[in-house]
Write a protein that binds this ligand. Structure first.
Ligand SMILES: C[S@@+](CC[C@H](N)C(=O)[O-])C[C@H]1O[C@@H](n2cnc3c(N)ncnc32)[C@H](O)[C@@H]1O
Length: 347
């Protein structure tokens, strides 16, 4: 990306608190830098930074890092982010040096948007940010467990990247050859994306996940977790949580450690059954609604999970016993049943 030198850039970089001037000193300490346990997502080659600033603004429960080697380009994003209450830090540096800045597993997701295609000579392909040498490094940053979200306008680069990703063990999903006419929701445009799409070019996009399927597939994770709860499998349950996880049952004003929660769940008498009625996921948050029943008891439990590296870090639960509408509401003669109950079937 070409840009004119901006006389104010030096001052902006020197005084902007969101600029991380010595990232190597934060290696292994990024949670301390951000002051929370939220996952870290990183954009590499951010250009002017519109994407990362907007993405961080929309997702306050994620920590973001922008990596861009051209100070005079990213300075625009830094300036835009300066006054915003968002969790975003800027590294002015080269992607090649990321291993000096991050320990294994410190990064959860990497965005690569419209990276330089380096297409005129085959020997330049090594410089592409989706080349297998870079992918190997990203795997380490994500401790073999994370994802890459990739967008480009360049057909040849997209084909190359899909091949590199799948040949190097990434599972591809949500591939589109025309992002702006796809049903993908919540797209955040980059500066290049706007330029290319205005000139009529389709935008390609894909997601690539690396790592243990058990950890990354939230649906499988949740199914397994609920099986442990229902079957009162203490070992499986304990392994589903981070060691320091906290579990709250708000109806009864109780808070548990993992061991307490496992005991409470596994020592409860009776043979239990359960089914997941709905499951929603956004970033590291999962919500489930589960019907749990035994003999004559039946509950519906709404659970809000905060995940960290595939494990449950926080769980907020609301249990309610199933039953009929109270008399005062029945006497109003309003509403209809969502599902037919045995009683209404027999009438
Ligand atoms: C084509 S621009 C795209 C900018 C932005 N992502 C967008 O979509 O508008 C590519 C950007 O990646 C940066 N870049 C390329 N290789 C890089 C590397 N090895 N390390 C850091 N930044 C890099 C360039 O400086 C440039 O700003």
């Amino acid at each position: 990306m070409r840009s004119r030198k901006k006389p104010w850039a030096e001052n902006e970089v020197a005084t902007n608190e969101k600029v991380i001037s010595e990232p190597e000193k934060l290696k292994g300490k990024w949670r301390e830098y951000f002051g929370n346990e939220n996952p870290i997502h990183m954009e590499i080659g951010s250009g002017k930074g519109r994407f990362i600033v907007e993405t961080a603004t929309r997702n306050r429960n994620i920590n973001y890092i922008s990596v861009e080697r051209q100070k005079h380009v990213i300075v625009m994003g830094m300036r835009a982010a300066r006054e915003l209450d968002i969790s975003l830090g800027f590294i002015i540096g080269d992607v090649e040096d990321l291993q000096d800045y991050f320990d294994e597993g410190e990064i959860k997701r990497i965005y690569i948007n419209f990276c330089d295609p380096w297409q005129n000579r085959k020997k330049w392909h090594k410089r592409r940010l989706t080349h297998k040498n870079f992918l190997e490094m990203y795997k380490k940053l994500m401790n073999n467990h994370g994802e890459i979200f990739f967008k480009t306008d360049n057909t040849e680069l997209f084909e190359f990247s899909l091949n590199q990703l799948s040949e190097n063990g990434f599972r591809l999903s949500n591939i589109t050859l025309d992002l702006h006419n796809s049903d993908y929701e919540g797209n955040v445009m980059t500066e290049y994306e706007e330029k290319f799409s205005k000139s009529g070019m389709p935008i390609y996009r894909c997601e690539a996940a690396y790592g243990n399927q058990k950890m990354t597939t939230v649906y499988e994770n949740m199914n397994r977790y609920w099986e442990y709860v229902i079957k009162q499998d203490a070992k499986g349950l304990k392994e589903s949580f981070t060691d320091d996880a906290s579990i709250k049952w708000h109806d009864t004003n109780e808070k548990f450690t993992v061991d307490e929660f496992v005991r409470g769940n596994c020592e409860y008498p009776g043979k239990w059954h359960g089914e997941i009625e709905s499951l929603e996921q956004y970033e590291n948050r999962v919500i489930t609604v589960v019907r749990v029943w035994a003999d004559e008891m039946s509950f519906r439990v709404t659970s809000f999970f905060k995940m960290e590296n595939g494990l449950i870090k926080e769980l907020d639960e609301y249990w309610s016993e199933e039953g009929e509408a109270p008399e005062w509401r029945r006497s109003m003669n309003i509403g209809t049943q969502i599902k037919q109950t045995l009683a209404t079937c027999q009438n």
